[in-house]
Design a protein around this ligand. Structure first.
Ligand SMILES: [Zn+2]
Length: 238
């Protein structure tokens, strides 16, 4: 497991890459990772993800109380929901890349049935109902999707990816946007034939062989909403 300084540096590097690849505009997006002691390092509110310094990051308890740094992103509640509901998740990335965000605006799950990489690496990318950003509604809509998805779209908002480490969550964000872009081009070209049910079943088997997908034992959303709603916005010492 990486040390806190290593994770701080890695979060800043992922922020730079998201910004360089046009996945976040202005102060959009947020990145977090879980430390060995269970606390969460996350990006602060109001900063460009392309130009962060390691010391600007905020440290939170699992229920959202600030224990170091300034004000966390209001979307950190969503990150806390991912860690609370999924014990295998150690990093979360949220961004607004244009193609995947367009699917989110349409309320459409991302089509993963055209490309082997998408079907194997992501499995499925569902879209949530609408939730007001920065409220516990985001936690409410995210929790059910985490039962089976490592990547999902927030309706009218943008994609979220989780991973066993920061690199995996970041790679999934890149795959989501790549898949959304290819799906948009396929639509412009007049469509493409999707996988057959047999091909999809075979790809699902390859995915399982690679140890991908959510283990039922890793998912437990019970009490997460209440826990985050109670802790959010409080100082650990207050
Ligand atoms: Zn956002």
């Amino acid at each position: 497991m990486p040390t806190e300084p290593e994770l701080r540096a890695a979060i800043c590097e992922v922020g730079r890459r998201l910004w360089q690849r046009n996945m976040v505009a202005a102060i959009d997006g947020n990145i977090s990772a879980r430390l060995a002691d269970g606390s969460i390092l996350c990006t602060p509110t109001g900063v460009s993800k392309g130009f962060m310094a390691p010391e600007c990051l905020v440290r939170l308890t699992p229920d959202g109380r600030v224990i170091g740094g300034g004000r966390p992103s209001s979307e950190a509640m969503l990150h806390l929901a991912c860690y609370c509901a999924r014990r295998d998740v150690h990093a979360v990335v949220h961004a607004h890349p244009p193609y995947a965000t367009a699917f989110a605006a349409r309320g459409e799950a991302l089509p993963v049935h055209y490309l082997t990489e998408m079907a194997v690496a992501l499995g499925e990318v569902p879209c949530s109902p609408f939730a007001r950003p920065g409220t516990t509604e985001v936690v409410e809509v995210a929790l059910p999707l985490l039962a089976s998805a490592d990547a999902f779209l927030l309706r009218h908002h943008g994609p979220v990816t989780v991973g066993r480490d920061l690199q995996e969550a970041h790679h999934r964000m890149e795959w989501v946007e790549q898949g959304a872009q290819v799906a948009a081009i396929i639509a412009q070209l007049g469509g493409a034939e999707p996988f057959s049910p047999e091909q999809l079943a075979e790809l699902a088997r390859i995915r399982a062989d690679q140890g991908l997908g959510v283990e039922p034992a890793d998912y437990d959303p019970a009490g997460c909403l209440e826990r985050i709603a109670a802790g959010w916005g409080r100082r650990a010492d207050g």
